[in-house]
Each structure stands twice: as C-alpha cells, then as structure tokens.
Design a protein around this ligand. Sequence first.
Ligand SMILES: Cc1cc2nc3c(=O)[nH]c(=O)nc-3n(C[C@H](O)[C@H](O)[C@H](O)COP(=O)(O)O)c2cc1C
Length: 137
Amino acid sequence: MPLLQLIYASRPFGFDASMLTAILIDARRCNARDGITGALIVRDDLYLQLLEGPEAAVEAAYARILRDDRHIEVRRLTRRVIADGDRMFGAWAMRDDPAQSWVWSRDEVHDGAPEKASEQEVLEIFRKLAALPAKAE
Ligand SMILES: Cc1cc2nc3c(=O)[nH]c(=O)nc-3n(C[C@H](O)[C@H](O)[C@H](O)COP(=O)(O)O)c2cc1C
C-alpha cells in the first residue's frame, strides 16, 4: 500500500523542555496507534517534522497538528507518495533531534528559508538525519 510522506515547518509558541516532552508523548501515543512514523527536528525557533504513514492517518494527524496552539505559522513544505518499504524513519513513532548545523541558521529561518527551499532540499535534511545515529535518551 502506498504511503503519504508529509513535511511541515512551524514556530514553537512558548517553547520549553516540558512542553516538548508533552508534545512527544502525544505524538508517539497517536502515531503508534495510527501506523505513523517520522522525525521532529527541534529548535526554539523551529519545528520541522516529517510524518509518513497511511494517507488518511497522516492527513488526520496533520489536521490535529494544524489546530495545536503549542506552535504557530504551520506551513506544509512537501507532500509525496512513497512505497511501503520506503519509510525514512520506520523504526520511530517519532524521533526527535535538535536542529543540526546543516539545518538552516536562525537568520535563514527568520528570512523564510523553509518556504523557499525546494522539495529536494527539504528531503535532504531528513535523509542526513536518518543516516545519523539517534541521540541518547
Ligand atoms: C510540533 C508538534 C508535533 C506533533 N506531532 C504529532 C504527531 O506526530 N502525531 C500526532 O498524532 N500528534 C502530534 N502532535 C500533537 C497533536 O497536535 C495533537 O495534540 C494530538 O494528535 C492529540 O490530538 P487530540 O488532542 O485532538 O486527541 C504534535 C504537536 C506539535 C505541536
């Protein structure tokens, strides 16, 4: 069955460690239920999230995410169909990582880099992340 892979960017609203923990608990509980996997790149000025799973489940999760007041300026960057075997984060109900040096700088994010990036550039960020070992919990 083909899957939907969706990437969006947003801006944290009232960011702190306990809020991030709560978001990840919600995300992992729902995603394990819904067959969704993915990764959330986190910085106090940026959330960049990849969701992949059955189309209806991903669309429903994204609709809930759009309404969530823990972040603002949610904008979808890419949406594509992938084969069942092509998940990038198949082992993760939701991996979380701090933004790495090869993600945009703060100035770039402020100047709209996520919206200006091509689909290939955005996907490349997650390809690099998927190739890295996960941070220790
Ligand atoms: C940055 C961010 C990432 C989120 N990631 C997910 C996710 O991957 N899956 C998910 O179901 N909910 C995610 N959520 C939480 C949803 O917005 C929502 O709280 C959750 O799905 C529960 O929905 P409900 O309160 O309507 O039951 C995320 C929220 C934020 C702010």
